[in-house]
Ligand binder design. Structure first.
Ligand SMILES: NC(=O)c1ccc[n+]([C@@H]2O[C@H](COP(=O)([O-])OP(=O)(O)OC[C@H]3O[C@@H](n4cnc5c(N)ncnc54)[C@H](OP(=O)(O)O)[C@@H]3O)[C@@H](O)[C@H]2O)c1
Length: 244
């Protein structure tokens, strides 16, 4: 007697954390256009374009991440492409930065990435393939006054990517960092006009970027055109961080 087994639809299973808006949503849409099965995590707002599976998760909470992965695996199969994108800022000068300002940013941006990578890696090892892309920032290597917490969290992602490359590189799993510069999203809209003007003056491209310009690079580095790239830091910053 034949038993009917539900087979996931074709395309890779892609999960983007913090994919309900900003850069994460642009990344999710780029993978949808690529023909992949795309899921995104959201915390509160679940209004998503059609074709994207929303799963609720807070990257500071390992149990919610596990539940989100279980749901994605049931709908789309094991996650083959993970984009750790969720991130926050709590900018202030060191003298005024509380320990909570520091640890909460690191807990979301760096430990949050560790939590999702750890959960995703099991399935990737079983699949014998995987693509991990970590969304860092030019600030991680360049530095930025008022962002000691954020820069530390984003620099930490480089250490994760390079160590993971050494751990999992022989298993057909690549881990890369994409380091955006100044991208037009809610995160940058919150910056003071003066700060925005100062950034603009230092960017060789003479403009800020759209989220799609980051998304295209993420889609590419997770594609079969980039199978031999791992442990790399790919800037998408209009030349701002050259040499860093
Ligand atoms: N915009 C830039 O210029 C720029 C430059 C360099 C790097 N980046 C990095 O790019 C990534 C996306 O930035 P963005 O500009 O698109 O930011 P954004 O518009 O502020 O969106 C941030 C995303 O992260 C999610 N998020 C925050 N904390 C979370 C948590 N604890 N658990 C789960 N999700 C959480 C948010 O979910 P909610 O909607 O639930 O809040 C939202 O989806 C971040 O890692 C950021 O550091 C941005």
């Amino acid at each position: 007697m034949s038993e009917s087994v539900s087979t996931p639809p074709p395309g890779r299973s892609v999960l983007v954390t913090g994919g309900n808006r900003g850069i994460g949503l642009a990344i999710a849409l780029a993978f949808v256009a690529n023909g992949d099965k795309v899921a995104v995590t959201y915390r509160s707002s679940s209004a998503l374009p059609s074709g994207i599976l929303g799963v609720q998760a807070d990257v500071t909470d390992a149990a919610s991440i596990d539940a989100a992965f279980t749901k994605v695996e049931a709908e789309h199969g094991p996650v083959e492409v993970l984009v750790a994108n969720a991130g926050i800022t709590k900018d202030t000068l060191l003298m005024r930065m509380s320990e909570d300002d520091f640890t909460s940013v690191v807990d979301t941006n760096l430990t949050g990435a560790f939590r999702v990578i750890k959960r995703a890696s099991k399935g990737m090892i079983r699949l014998r393939k995987g693509r991990i892309v970590l969304i860092s920032s030019v600030v991680g290597l360049y530095g930025s006054a008022g962002q000691v917490n954020y820069a530390a969290s984003k620099a930490g992602l480089v250490g994760i990517a390079r160590s993971l490359t050494r751990e999992l590189g022989s298993r057909n799993i690549t881990t890369n960092v994409v380091a955006p510069g100044f991208i037009n999203t809610d995160m940058t809209a919150a910056l003071a006009q003066d700060t925005q003007k100062q950034y603009l003056a230092t960017i060789p491209a003479g403009r800020f970027a759209s989220a799609e310009e980051v998304a295209n690079v993420v889609r590419w580095v997770a594609s079969d055109e980039a199978t031999y790239i791992s442990g790399a830091v790919i800037p998408v910053d209009g030349g701002l961080g050259m040499g860093h």
